[in-house]
Design a protein around this ligand. Structure first.
Ligand code: ATP
Ligand code: ZN
Length: 303
């Protein structure tokens, strides 16, 4: 197949940048893909260094109890994923094997474990912060990362079901948090320029579920609570959100009881880097051969 007539995803598979697993949006990563991810991590760390943020790395699952408390199911039930496990006796086990053998549904007897898949890297952070007492006067800064799950199978390589999200999160007064987001809107543009990626920054909204969700989405846009750094990845499609800049006001802090010394609820904001999307944007613009990438880009990523 010629390069221009196969899809970007097919070309990524053909070069071993990604490997198919049989499920749309679930891919194994090849060596050169991971080199780019490591490079991106270094560039992001450089841009975020001034925060002296506390580093926390999460496993891809979080506590189901805390997830229920987070309200994620109110807003995004269509994207959530939970982990279920087998708890039966030997007879149940035989029945289960029979069902698998006969190609029948075997998962109806699985029960929810205490773990759900993490939907965004900052979700497991707030319960940790809430246990620490009042937020100190100069604010709190975190550098978090997690594999995240979203049930949105797609042939678009930039829409994965499991992907890494690196985030900087600020917890503090409204002024501190707004200043943090303004700085990141600027740094986000610098970051894209350093990597020579064509980009624009636009106001955005989250994919809230249902009719009520449309109201939430338009109010989020009106209040300018979410911005995205967009880069064209799939030709013909809208540009893809590669970095998100979110101001949550006191939403998460009120929910988790995170307070300032004054007793008022803190405010929070996060900047979320979609690691796979950024890597794919680079492969799209600079080609599938890392050795042929422009030297300033290779230098920025220390490839
Ligand atoms: P919040 O904390 O308010 O829920 P967030 O910033 O943690 O928001 P998003 O804005 O939804 O979460 O996602 C952050 C980044 O993750 C996006 O900018 C994007 O780059 C990446 N991302 C989101 N969905 C996908 C996906 N399906 N596949 C790959 N990357 C994704
Ligand atoms: Zn976040």
């Amino acid at each position: 197949m010629c390069d221009s007539c196969s899809s970007f995803l097919d070309r990524l598979f053909a070069r071993g940048v990604l490997h198919a697993t049989g499920v749309d949006g679930l891919y194994a990563r090849g060596e050169c893909f991971e080199k780019v991810i490591s490079g991106l991590d270094r560039v992001i760390s450089r841009h975020g260094a001034a925060h002296r943020a506390e580093i926390i790395r999460f496993p891809p699952g979080m506590s189901r109890a805390l997830f229920e408390q987070s309200g994620y199911m109110n807003s995004f039930p269509q994207l959530a994923g939970s982990i279920h496990g087998f708890v039966g006796d030997e007879r149940d086990h035989l029945a289960l094997l029979d069902k698998i053998h006969n190609g029948e549904t075997w998962t109806d007897r699985q029960v929810a474990t205490d773990v759900v898949l993490t939907p965004a890297a900052c979700y497991p952070l707030y319960p940790i912060v809430s246990k620490r007492g009042p937020v100190r006067a100069d604010g709190l800064y975190f550098d978090v990362q997690s594999y995240c799950f979203r049930h949105e199978p797609s042939k678009d390589p930039a829409r994965m079901q499991m992907f890494r999200m690196r985030e900087y999160v600020c917890v503090g007064t409204p002024d501190q948090v707004m200043a943090f987001r303004e700085q990141w809107l600027e740094k986000g543009r610098d970051f894209a320029r350093e990597l020579a990626l064509p980009h624009e920054v636009n106001v955005a909204n989250d994919p809230f579920f249902g009719r009520g969700g449309r109201v939430m989405a338009s109010s989020q846009r009106e209040l300018g609570l979410k911005f995205e750094l967009l880069v064209p990845i799939e030709s013909g499609d809208e540009p893809t959100a590669c970095v998100s800049f979110n101001y949550h006001q006191d939403h998460f802090a009120s929910m988790w009881g995170i307070e300032l010394a004054s007793g008022e609820a803190a405010h929070t904001a996060c900047v979320g880097f979609g690691m796979e999307r950024l890597a794919l944007a680079l492969f799209k613009h600079d080609g599938l051969d890392l050795d042929a990438w422009p030297s300033p880009v290779r230098a920025a990523l220390a490839l």
